[in-house]
Design a protein around this ligand. Structure first.
Ligand SMILES: [Zn+2]
Ligand SMILES: [Zn+2]
Length: 386
């Protein structure tokens, strides 16, 4: 028996296109969560939790015999990007669109709820979690910290991300590090302003900033570095003083993104970058303040969960793509892999699909039934695990 019938697939396409038309930014997924909640109700879960870590929604299905609890997570937020596509389901909100395919991820999870309704499991519990605020790295941590999450207590967790550049519906796997840890570093630099005619009376942050911009990206390449694996520092933003030709600036801000494949390497990279900045600040007699934002832990895939996804995909005859290097981007599912045996896999969205976050990207609906089957049959196996 097929997991989803023709009408249900049509219903899923309609849901996906509705989400694409009415995208909501991270932390503002109010209508998205209401829509998903009403969709889930028709599948009669044993419980629906709303308001999880913001606008998160979870549907809990309890089966006859006791067994493990498996959580499947999809993200649901859109991006502050103006869509250039002209198709009928184009974004109706100026400057906001689903350019990471989270509309597709949520629809796949909605499809999984229909599959479970069609063909319920016999043991354990399944929790379908629609998670808000993935793009800013806030949502997963907020959901896990929510009081209501305590009753979920997953034994295993699963998620996917669609991947342009890979064959449509191909299952992209890797155990261990799958996606990098990343962290936004903000360095506020304070010197002293003066008249531009008398720079010697002030202390401009310009030379320190120039050194920092050139030297920070070199830290991972230093022989003396204690890093064990891949690390990257990218300068992403800088401001210095004001547009005032009569003033020698006294203030500057420098921002960089730090990336590593492992969480312990992130700690090392932070230490080494901070040490470097402090030395530069002393040399240039600057006061500094360092803070962080958009922190994503590394997504580290559990071996046994990855094996189950691999075995399931093989049995389903899906193309399996084993990657050797982790992805350099980050996923806040890293908070789940840090707390539970969990795995994130990729599902190809087509070799010629525009890239994620590109303004012409659109999630390919053809992959929905494939992704639903991989999830459903992986759950079947995981629910039998003790
Ligand atoms: Zn994204
Ligand atoms: Zn994404």
């Amino acid at each position: 028996m097929e997991l989803l019938n023709h009408d249900q697939l049509k219903e899923l396409h309609t849901l996906r296109k509705w989400m694409h038309q009415y995208p909501e930014l991270s932390g503002k997924e109010k209508n998205t969560s209401l829509k998903l909640e009403s969709f889930l109700k028709q599948t009669q879960p044993d419980k629906i939790i709303t308001g999880l870590g913001g606008f998160g929604v979870a549907a809990i299905y309890v089966f006859d015999k006791s067994g493990p609890t498996i959580l499947v997570r999809a993200d649901m937020d859109a991006l502050p990007i103006d869509e250039v596509n002209t198709f009928t389901h184009k974004s109706q909100t100026e400057g906001v669109s689903h350019k990471c395919g989270h509309d597709g991820h949520s629809t796949i999870l909605a499809g999984l709820s229909l599959a479970i309704k069609n063909k319920p499991f016999s043991t354990g519990r399944v929790v379908l979690l629609f998670q808000p605020e993935e793009e800013t790295g806030q949502g997963a941590a907020k959901v896990i910290a929510d009081e209501a999450f305590k009753m979920i207590k997953p034994d295993y967790a699963l998620a996917l991300h669609n991947l342009p550049g890979f064959e449509k519906a191909g299952v992209v796997l890797k155990e261990g590090p799958f996606a990098a840890a990343s962290k936004g570093m903000i360095v506020k630099i304070n010197g002293a302003s003066s008249h531009a005619a008398h720079p010697e009376q002030g202390n401009t942050p310009a030379p320190m900033m120039a050194h920092a911009m050139l030297q920070l990206p070199e830290i991972p390449k230093k022989k003396s570095s204690k890093l064990n694996d891949f690390a990257l520092i990218t300068i992403i933003h800088a401001t210095l003083g004001e547009v005032a030709f009569g003033t020698n600036p006294g203030k500057g801000v420098l921002m960089a993104t730090l990336r590593t494949y492992y969480n312990d390497d992130m700690e090392t990279l932070v230490k080494e970058a901070e040490k470097h900045i402090k030395i530069l600040a002393e040399d240039h007699k600057m006061k500094i303040d360092i803070s962080y934002t958009e922190e994503f832990p590394a997504t580290i895939n559990d071996q046994s969960v990855t094996d189950i996804i691999r075995q399931t995909s093989e049995e389903l005859g899906e193309k399996i793509i084993e990657i050797q290097e982790p992805f350099r981007w980050s996923e806040d599912f890293g908070h789940f892999t840090s707390n539970f045996p969990a795995a994130l896999f990729g599902i190809g969205s087509g070799e010629d699909s525009p890239g994620l976050h590109n303004n012409d990207y659109d999630f390919p609906d053809e992959v929905i039934p494939h992704a639903v089957s991989v999830f459903y049959h992986s759950l079947e196996k995981l629910l039998k695990k003790s």
